[in-house]
Design a protein around this ligand. Structure first.
Ligand code: NAP
Ligand code: G4F
Length: 337
């Protein structure tokens, strides 16, 4: 059996990656969870209910801010593969909490790499780092592996630190360490405060009469949006190659927030202009205007291609959130009946 350790297992990507690895009969999956006052395991609860995989799925308490918890965990699990997906991953929030973001995202990666390096002396380990297209910041599109980075947020600076530490651990210690520079990827499991999910949740609630307006920031920003389920396959493929390397993972298409709004509302037979209001609260001190990735290295080396189109992604999220809104409306009606 192969054993994988995932940080960020309660998040969007962690949940898809756990499912993907467990769909292979030769994987045991260990997830790092941090203590919270109320349980936040909605994205992985179903795995424990699946009799075919639950015996191969284990959770452990630790934190990227706590080096001792990471080295203890590494000794207990002795994983063959480590996927570092844990992060304070919200760009806007990183302007409010820059030091915390740098600690968890930047130093957290270094703490984990150190724990991996120590284990690697007695047990071979492969390492995946969840790097981000945010690191390109204001660099002109299309962004490739050769494009110089120009980060525009505390989050992006912290991710860049983690990226270079990963590259340096590969070069200095001969670790099998890969940095996946992933462009935005979404799904029905996307956190509610990221723009795509905020739009699909808001629009479907408006459709069901549960909400009147949707308050937004910059509608002109453009992103290369893919489906998270496609992107976790690329993470796994990187660790199955003969040599470690860095990869850009993207769709090669870019769309504005405004286009995302237009398509979402039109799927619901609504016009977004009747419902969307501007609030400067959602603007950022420095913005990333256009992200558009070139994934040709991943396509050529890993044989990876996205399977879900942009239109398909929006439709998938709208259908999921419309069902949620209908259930919410039914529950509200039932409560007041
Ligand atoms: P997400 O849904 O926000 O999940 C983040 C995960 O990190 C959660 O499980 C969270 O745990 C965990 N976490 C936060 N602070 C932690 C800490 N101090 N110690 C341990 N775990 C901690 O993020 P995602 O969208 O799945 O993204 C996964 C990774 O890819 C992140 O590193 C993100 O920065 C990066 N990335 C994402 C995208 C994208 O478009 N989604 C693109 C490029 C890179 P709780 O549940 O306890 O909060
Ligand atoms: O959905 P967002 O918050 O994602 P952002 O900033 O691109 O970051 C995401 O993708 C990165 C990869 O490039 C990841 F590394 C990161 O962890 C995260 O997953 O915002 C997208 C765009 C921005 O330009 C933002 O200014 O949408 C714009 N926007 C406009 N109104 C808004 C809103 N963003 C949010 N979150 N909320 C709004 O009301």
């Amino acid at each position: 059996m192969k054993s994988a350790l995932i940080t960020g297992i309660t998040g969007q990507d962690g949940s898809y990656l756990a499912e993907y690895l467990l769909s292979k009969p030769d994987y045991v999956v260990h997830g790092l969870v941090r203590r919270s006052s109320s349980l936040n395991r909605q994205r992985i609860d179903h795995i424990f209910k699946d009799p075919n995989v639950r015996d191969r799925f284990h959770l452990h308490y630790a934190d990227l801010a706590d080096a001792s918890s990471l080295s203890s965990l590494m000794e207990v699990v002795r994983p063959d593969e480590v996927y570092n997906l844990g992060a304070q991953s919200h760009v806007r929030v990183s302007f409010d909490q820059p030091l915390y973001t740098a600690d968890v995202v930047g130093l957290g990666t270094l703490r984990l790499l150190e724990a991996v390096r120590h284990l690697h002396r007695t047990h071979p380990v492969k390492f995946y780092q969840a790097s981000s297209s945010e690191m390109y910041g204001s660099a002109a599109p299309p962004q490739t592996l050769e494009t110089p980075f120009h980060p525009r947020s505390p989050y992006a600076c912290a991710k860049l630190y983690g990226h270079w530490q990963t590259v340096n651990y590969r070069e200095a210690y001969d670790l099998f360490a890969c940095s996946g520079i992933l462009f935005n990827h979404e799904s029905p499991r996307r956190g509610e405060s990221f723009v795509t999910r905020k739009i699909t949740l808001g629009a479907t609630r408006i459709k069901e009469g549960l909400q009147k307006k949707l308050v937004m920031g910059n509608l002109e920003a453009k992103r290369d949006w893919g489906f998270a389920g496609d992107y976790v396959r690329a993470m796994w493929l990187m660790l199955q190659q003969e040599k470690p390397d860095d990869y850009v993972v993207a769709t090669g298409e870019t769309h504005s927030v405004r286009e995302f709004l237009e398509i979402t509302f039109s799927l619901l037979d609504l016009d977004y202009r009747d419902f969307v209001e501007f609030d400067p609260r959602f603007m950022r001190p420095s913005e990333v205007d256009v992200l558009l990735g070139d994934a040709s290295h991943a396509e050529k080396t890993l044989g990876w291609k996205p399977e879900v189109s942009f239109q398909g992604l929006v439709k998938m999220m709208v259908e999921h959130d419309l069902e949620l809104a209908r259930r919410e409306k039914f529950a509200a009606g039932y409560a007041t009946a």
